[in-house]
Unconditional design. Structure first.
Length: 363
């Protein structure tokens, strides 16, 4: 998850003509009745939000009020769309924001698991200047469509692999998993049970072994989505691996801006997500490098060990047809790299408070 800072290029262009750009103004008034707690990017943003007192909303079996940012109307000046998936308010003033949004739409529309989940429903992605809320969340409103809220700073400051990695969590961990046949019944075998954390099997702890448990987690479905072999983990993993296939396809097809590093970033995003959830029982603020956090160093050591254990498992389980992505797996994670990931996240959240140049909500 070694994300790089980016600058807006002066002469970058949109990638392909398959994405339409209507000029008409429209108004979207999505007011969901509940909200899914999102990935928080790559390295435990949910913990950042809770740490800063920026209340998120849980989805699995807890009371949750609609987020004000989700409720308010969004004025569309111009819209990028690919089939039934669209960005509602991305700025076309800067080619970089348009180019990133275009590629995200193409990747989502090419992912068979995402398109199968959506069917003929619409999916609308709205950028928001949000730093006091989770950086992204997805709301499934049934026949009315699926609504994605995405922090502008994430689009502006993270590379494609990390952005689609976060969206793979949002779709795969939450509504796609919930819509899977027999998910509720199959998950009952994993609920409320202490499950050994991969990579920490030999750690000396009072309870006998390091474990994660959906009943004591910050959010139950996050833990249920990182237990290897569980149905929710399988949905999340599979949508991510298909996205890796698509990113590598773009490299082979020499698509504009496509890089092998995108695949590496995506896998890094997935591994940091599952590792930080499993190592902390979804209390990821415990690993933050902040003044007064006395356990942060030891937690970051745990996250690195768990990351490497999940990486080995993911690599070992790759089917034959996915072997081409194996050489693009990220390197072993160190505690210092985990700390750097957290620091990058904090820096970019702070940056997001100052501007949101990728948003166009003008009338």
């Amino acid at each position: 998850m070694h994300a790089r800072d980016e600058v807006r290029p002066k002469d970058a262009g949109a990638r392909r003509t398959s994405v339409s750009v209507p000029a008409a103004n429209t108004v979207n008034t999505a007011t969901p009745s509940h909200e899914l707690l999102s990935l928080q990017g790559k390295a435990g943003n949910a913990g950042v939000v809770r740490m800063l007192g920026e209340g998120g909303h849980s989805w699995a079996g807890r009371a949750a009020d609609p987020a004000p940012a989700v409720q308010r109307a969004v004025v569309q000046r111009s819209k990028l769309s690919h089939g039934n998936i669209s960005f509602t308010n991305v700025s076309l003033k800067y080619p970089e924001s348009q180019g990133k949004a275009t590629r995200i739409l193409e990747l989502l529309a090419s992912n068979s698991k995402v398109t199968s989940f959506l069917g003929d429903r619409t999916c609308r992605i709205t950028l928001e200047k949000r730093t006091t809320e989770t950086p992204a969340n997805v709301v499934d409103k049934g026949p009315e469509g699926v609504f994605v809220m995405l922090a502008s700073y994430y689009l502006e400051n993270y590379d494609i692999g990390y952005i689609v990695g976060m969206l793979c969590h949002e779709f795969g961990m939450h509504p796609m998993a919930q819509a899977a046949p027999n998910m509720t019944e199959e998950e009952e075998n994993f609920r409320g049970m202490p499950y050994p954390v991969p990579g920490l099997e030999g750690k000396d702890v009072p309870d006998g072994f390091a474990s994660m448990n959906s009943d004591t987690a910050q959010q139950a479905d996050h833990v249920l989505g990182v237990i290897p072999g569980s149905p929710r983990y399988t949905v999340y993993r599979d949508v991510t691996l298909e996205m890796a296939d698509l990113l590598l396809r773009d490299v082979h097809n020499k698509e504009d801006g496509a890089r092998e590093q995108d695949v590496t970033d995506l896998i890094d995003c997935f591994l940091m997500d599952v590792a930080s959830i499993a190592a902390t029982n979804d209390n990821r603020k415990r690993g933050m490098p902040l003044l007064g956090n006395s356990e942060g160093e030891s937690i970051r050591k745990d996250i690195a060990a768990v990351y490497n254990a999940y990486k080995a498992r993911l690599s070992q389980d790759l089917p034959l047809e996915r072997q081409p992505i194996r050489p693009l797996f990220p390197p072993e994670k160190t505690p210092a790299a985990v700390k750097a990931d957290f620091n990058t996240l904090l820096k970019r959240i702070a940056t997001g408070k100052m501007w949101a140049w990728s948003i166009d909500n003008s009338t």
